[in-house]
Design a protein around this ligand. Structure first.
Ligand code: 6PG
Length: 477
């Protein structure tokens, strides 16, 4: 037997990826630490294609044709290192280990370097789309060498999601950690999208007075327009769901503390290191952590808030239209910030990432898939060196057209005491970028005052310092 690809780690993501390869005509070797999972997969889904179940690492490696393509789908972190250490000694130069988990790109860089020295290609690969995507077509973001992509790319293209125009949602993102970096930012954007949708929901509920079922209807309508996306679609599903036990809206019986596994947080941590303002993504991460501080929230329950105003039916409908504008404008900002981070990472690590290609492989399969991504792809196609999404004429025009409503929504949120940190951060970013002058000049003056940190002048080259403690004359630094 010789399998074209092997998958080890057969929890739901690994199992579904293995089935996806088999359904696409590849012979797939299977391995799992506990062999019962392997046999269970074959028993249940053996009819879907050619599987080669194996029990030991040696058997698994022996079942693969050369160069070997070995996909590991285990928990990110130490378990990934353990599995690499188990298999690497059994491999030969030219073989490939593909890590499809949500690894930190710095770990991927370290693993790629170590395996390269042993002649093995390590392909850190972002895979998005959850369980369903893994089975029916995910968006795939592989890093690693050109050579490994030549051997793997065609298979990944086959199993990936396809965009509406038929293009496979996979591209060789760049060397070493580039794929996992891009997956990380995908998840950061995913957090921001979810936060913005959450704020829109809360405003529709608390300011406009709509019920979850009514809001589901509003999201369904939005989903037929420019906000058309997977996350808006599932939001409508979640909001219209009724809890069987209580008959209440599902959203009212779920504890309002959001979990997170770390990829959104990494996006912000790395952005801080790279000096990239991703305020919208940061607010989304902070909103999740704030929600989880039950004690802090309980201790703050009695803080004063405004008296709510009730909206009439037509006022509520008009407000909902404004929220759509605010959501869309804020979404443009999140993507602007996310793509900025990818550009900065690409620059810092020498990855030469094609931003248009990234937008294009996010059009299908992944959690943030949206009609909107077509337009980002078009923006980069029209201008590959686009310095910022906000510099694209179409997006600039749309956000300009939305700004009055965006501001009005934030006024209402403020007056009614409904937190909208994502909308607010996005608008502040927009206003700061278009500002003629920023208070950063004052910050420079303060820094020079207390620490002689010097400043530059608008009218002359060079660095200067004012003798604040003396006669306040200016000296060159
Ligand atoms: C995807 C998802 C996937 C996972 C997230 C959830 O692209 O398919 O992003 O990777 O569901 O890790 O992240 P949190 O648990 O941090 O919300």
């Amino acid at each position: 037997t010789s399998a074209q690809i092997g998958v080890t780690g057969l929890a739901v993501m690994g199992r579904n990826l293995a089935r996806n390869f088999a359904r696409n005509g590849y012979t797939v070797a299977l391995h799992n630490r506990t062999a019962s999972r392997t046999h269970d997969l074959v028993a249940k889904f053996g009819g879907e294609g050619d599987f080669v179940p194996t029990e030991t690492a040696e058997e698994f490696v022996a079942a693969l044709e050369r160069p070997r393509r070995l996909v590991i789908m285990v928990k990110a972190g130490d378990p990934t290192d353990a599995v690499i250490e188990e298999f690497a000694p059994l491999l030969e130069p030219g073989d490939m280990i593909v890590d499809g988990g949500n690894a930190h790109f710095a770990d991927t860089r370290r693993r790629e370097r170590a395996l390269r020295e042993r002649g093995i290609h390590f392909v850190g690969t972002g895979v998005s789309g959850g369980e369903e995507g893994a089975l029916n077509g995910p968006s795939i973001m592989p890093g690693g060498s050109e050579e490994s992509y030549a051997a793997l790319g065609p298979m990944l293209e086959k199993i990936s999601a396809k965009a509406k125009d038929g293009a496979p949602c996979v591209t060789h993102v760049g060397p070493d950690g580039a794929g996992h970096f891009v997956k990380m930012v995908h998840n950061g954007i995913e957090y921001a999208d979810m936060q913005l949708i959450g704020e829109a929901y809360q405003l529709l509920r608390d300011v406009a007075g709509y019920s979850p079922a009514q809001i589901a209807g509003i999201f369904r309508k939005w989903n037929t327009g420019r906000l058309d996306s997977y996350l808006i679609e599932i939001t409508a599903e979640v909001l219209s769901h009724v809890d069987a036990a209580t008959g209440k809206p599902f959203v009212d019986v779920v504890v309002d503390e959001a979990g997170q596994k770390g990829t959104g947080r990494w996006t912000v941590q790395i952005a801080l290191d790279l000096g990239v303002p991703v305020s919208g993504i940061a607010e989304a991460v902070f909103a999740r952590s704030l929600s989880g501080h039950a004690d802090l929230r309980a201790a703050s329950k009695d803080l004063a808030g405004p008296t709510p105003t009730a909206l009439s039916e037509p006022e509520a409908a008009a407000f909902a239209d404004r929220v759509e504008q605010a959501l869309y404008a804020s979404k443009i900002v999140s993507y602007t910030q996310g793509f900025h981070e990818i550009a900065a990472g690409s620059e810092a690590y020498g990855w030469d990432i094609d931003l248009g290609a990234v937008a294009s492989i996010w059009r299908g399969g992944c959690i943030i898939r949206a009609a909107f991504l077509d337009r980002i792809t078009a923006a980069y196609d029209a201008r590959p060196d686009l310095p910022s999404l906000l510099a694209d004429k179409t997006f600039a025009g749309e956000i300009g057209a939305a700004q009055d409503d965006w501001r009005a929504v934030l006024v209402a949120a403020t007056v009614e005491g409904v937190p909208a940190p994502g909308f607010a951060a996005a608008l502040a970013y927009y206003d700061a970028l278009r500002a003629d002058r920023l208070p950063a000049a004052l910050t420079q003056g303060q820094r020079d005052f207390f620490g002689a940190h010097t400043y530059r002048r608008t009218d002359r080259d060079g660095a200067f310092h004012t003798l604040w403690g003396g006669d306040r004359s200016e000296v060159p630094a």
